[in-house]
Design a protein around this ligand. Structure first.
Ligand code: UD1
Length: 313
């Protein structure tokens, strides 16, 4: 969210309002616009904000995002990700919002039937997190069909990573579980080791494979999505680079950019994890104006590592 605010603030004339409960974010990361501290579950308060501000567009990021936690606490995910999203969609339609951009996830596919995976391919989430997002996608599609002048763009994020190149914003959430963040922290001595969750997957080296996308490119996709909706119908797009890296390849990249040969421990797989997820991104490249600029695993790892070093200091 903070990277999208930065992108819109720097590149567009839009008036921005940020609504966040700060459960995992930080107010200082909001570089542009008005900030309102509120929780989506407080629907009355959210309605008041919508009545007062008269938004043209809503970009909805708010969600819990950890696969393993969702297996342990499914209702947390269905309530926050699905129920709160349904309420937000309802409020948006009632208050004449025209464009709704929704952060969905590659986790809706489960273990894809083919790699790279296309938007229309079979979807069978392996965990409550992926299902909570897939249910919201469906709610949004059905609500848009029944509404007038309301269009949506669904972005299925692949593995978001890295930080702002000039290190103004990045991920600060305590105890984050992301691979590249964890590896950067291991390189900085903030973790005793990097644990590899599973080495017997059906992949080139047995470790999980993901499509890592730099957060600034993902932010730029939201602007392309909003501009797309001005002249096109609602649509769904994969957001990835179309390239997969294994856990071991990512570790090698973080070791290279950090110059630290940190300790790596192989352990058992994490509940709910897919083996391999890589995007077919031809649809977003062909239909929208999005042009990725940071399709480079070393740049992604370098910005992530430098950000981690900055916030540690
Ligand atoms: C991430 C997102 C999820 C999104 C998905 C899309 C987060 C917290 N998760 O999940 O919301 O839907 O991408 O593909 O943003 N790994 C290790 N050791 C670690 C950490 C991770 O071996 O310490 C492995 C995992 O088993 C996996 C890979 O690294 O194979 C990536 O894991 P992670 O960065 O946690 O992201 P995902 O679970 O793929």
């Amino acid at each position: 969210g903070s990277h999208v605010v930065k992108h819109f603030g720097e590149n567009t004339p839009h008036n921005i309002t940020v609504v966040d409960n700060l459960s995992s974010g930080f107010k200082e990361a909001v570089l542009y616009g008005e900030f309102i501290h509120e929780d989506l579950a407080s629907t009355g308060k959210i309605e008041e904000i919508f009545a007062r501000k008269k938004f043209d567009a809503v970009i909805h990021f708010a969600a819990n995002i950890e696969v393993e936690e969702s297996v342990r606490k499914p209702l947390k995910y269905y309530k926050n990700n699905t129920v709160n999203s349904a309420n937000l969609i309802d409020i948006s339609i009632k208050h004449n919002v025209r464009y709704f951009i929704f952060s969905s996830t590659a986790a809706v596919y489960g273990n894809p039937e083919r790699i790279p995976v296309k938007e229309d391919d079979f979807k069978e989430p392996l965990n409550p997190y992926g299902m909570s997002k897939l249910m919201t996608e469906r709610i949004l599609q059905d609500a848009a069909k029944a509404a007038e002048n309301f269009k949506y763009c669904i972005f299925r994020y692949f593995n978001v990573a890295g930080a702002d190149g000039s290190l103004r914003v990045g991920q600060r959430t305590p105890n984050a579980t992301h691979l590249i963040k964890a590896a950067s922290q291991a390189a900085l001595g903030m973790r005793d080791a990097l644990y590899i969750y599973g080495t017997s997957y059906n992949t080139s080296d047995g470790t999980g494979v993901r499509d890592y996308i730099h957060v600034d490119d993902l932010a730029a996709a939201h602007r392309a999505g909003l501009e797309y909706l001005e002249n096109h119908d609602s649509d769904i797009f994969n957001c990835g680079y179309g390239k997969g890296y294994s856990v071991k390849e990512v570790i090698a990249a973080v070791k290279k950019v950090s110059g630290v040969d940190f300790k790596v421990v192989e352990t058992s797989p994490r509940a709910g994890d897919a083996s391999i997820i890589v995007a077919d991104n031809s649809k977003i490249l062909e239909k929208t104006a999005w042009k990725p600029e940071h399709d480079d695993i070393e740049y992604i790892c370098k910005t992530a590592f430098e950000w981690e070093r900055k916030i540690k200091a």
